[in-house]
Design a protein around this ligand. Structure first.
Ligand SMILES: C[S@@+](CC[C@H](N)C(=O)[O-])C[C@H]1O[C@@H](n2cnc3c(N)ncnc32)[C@H](O)[C@@H]1O
Length: 280
């Protein structure tokens, strides 16, 4: 019998894993996630040549565990995303934020800085890059840059490749697809790759939103931090909003997901509309 597939996750080992995940990422795993975690981790145990979850917990708690905790968080986090997800936010960026901010930035000859703070596999930062590139085709241009970050090394590796399934291209108009993507041929048929002109506008970083200092420049004009706060408890959300507020320029915007809210979170931002906040 294969010992890797019979390893059982005891309540005590599960508590240890829940605590370590929380400590590292502030992701709160409920009791209902125990079977999911056990299933996903059995494969990891096999890769590491371990036969029990207790051995795995011991590894995580040892000096060598610092890297492994990243792997663990990778296994449990939800990375679902797509191009132009929650499209109202991109429409608001084009219709309200960019016309408001760009004349001042042009006058100061200062670049526009936008940060996708939970970028997953890259669809969000590349959508931002497309929206900005489109806007500046029609309007007086200025220099701009998108910072993209995530805690997951696996997601970042995917994002940095910039290769996506075409899925009949329903997520972008034929014009946008042609302007910003190269179609794959041969073994890459059915996929498309972000064109280098656009890719060069997006800089990737591995960032845990709760780390002490971010490797992202201050004075961001827009921060998209969408569909990640939902995994954090209220004190962690409050900590995060404070950190992101410090990272925003005055007059800059924080945008969170449709299913998220800052209700009950103390903050100094002006609520502009559902999910959109401004630092005054
Ligand atoms: C559901 S995806 C959201 C993707 C995108 N923002 C969107 O709305 O489509 C959540 C992402 O948050 C990342 N994440 C979870 N905890 C994090 C943390 N503490 N710091 C940074 N990223 C984190 C996960 O790795 C995952 O890629």
């Amino acid at each position: 019998m294969d010992p890797f597939f019979t390893a059982t996750l005891s309540a005590a080992a599960y508590r240890t894993l829940v605590a370590l995940v929380y400590q590292h990422s502030r992701i709160r795993l409920g009791a209902d996630k125990q079977p999911m975690l056990a299933n996903r981790l059995r494969k990891r145990l096999r890769v590491l040549g371990l036969t029990s979850f207790d051995e795995y917990c011991a590894l995580l708690e040892s000096r060598a565990g610092a890297d492994e905790i990243g792997q663990l968080v990778d296994l449990i986090s939800t990375n679902h995303t797509k191009f132009f997800r929650e499209p109202e936010h991109f429409a608001f960026l084009t219709s309200r934020i960019l016309p408001e901010l760009t004349p001042r930035l042009i006058a100061r000859q200062s670049p526009l800085r936008v940060w996708s703070a939970a970028a997953a596999s890259g669809e969000e930062p590349f959508t931002l890059a497309i929206v900005l590139a489109e806007y500046f085709r029609e309007h007086p241009s200025l220099d701009w840059l998108v910072e993209a970050s995530d805690i997951s090394q696996r997601m970042l590796a995917h994002a940095q490749q910039g290769i996506y399934r075409l899925d009949h291209g329903q997520w972008a108009s034929p014009d946008l697809l042609k302007r910003y993507f190269q179609k794959g041929f041969g073994p890459r048929a059915g996929t498309c790759r972000v064109k280098p002109e656009l890719q060069h506008r997006v800089r990737f970083h591995r960032v845990n939103l709760f780390q002490a200092e971010y490797p992202i420049p201050r004075d961001q004009h827009v921060i998209f931090c969408r569909n990640v706060m939902i995994y954090f408890d209220p004190p962690s959300r409050a900590t995060l909003v404070q950190k992101l507020t410090k990272q925003l320029a005055h007059g800059g915007y924080l945008i969170i997901g449709h299913s998220e809210s800052l209700l009950g979170v103390r903050h100094d931002l002006e609520s502009v509309r559902q999910g959109i906040y401004r630092r005054n």
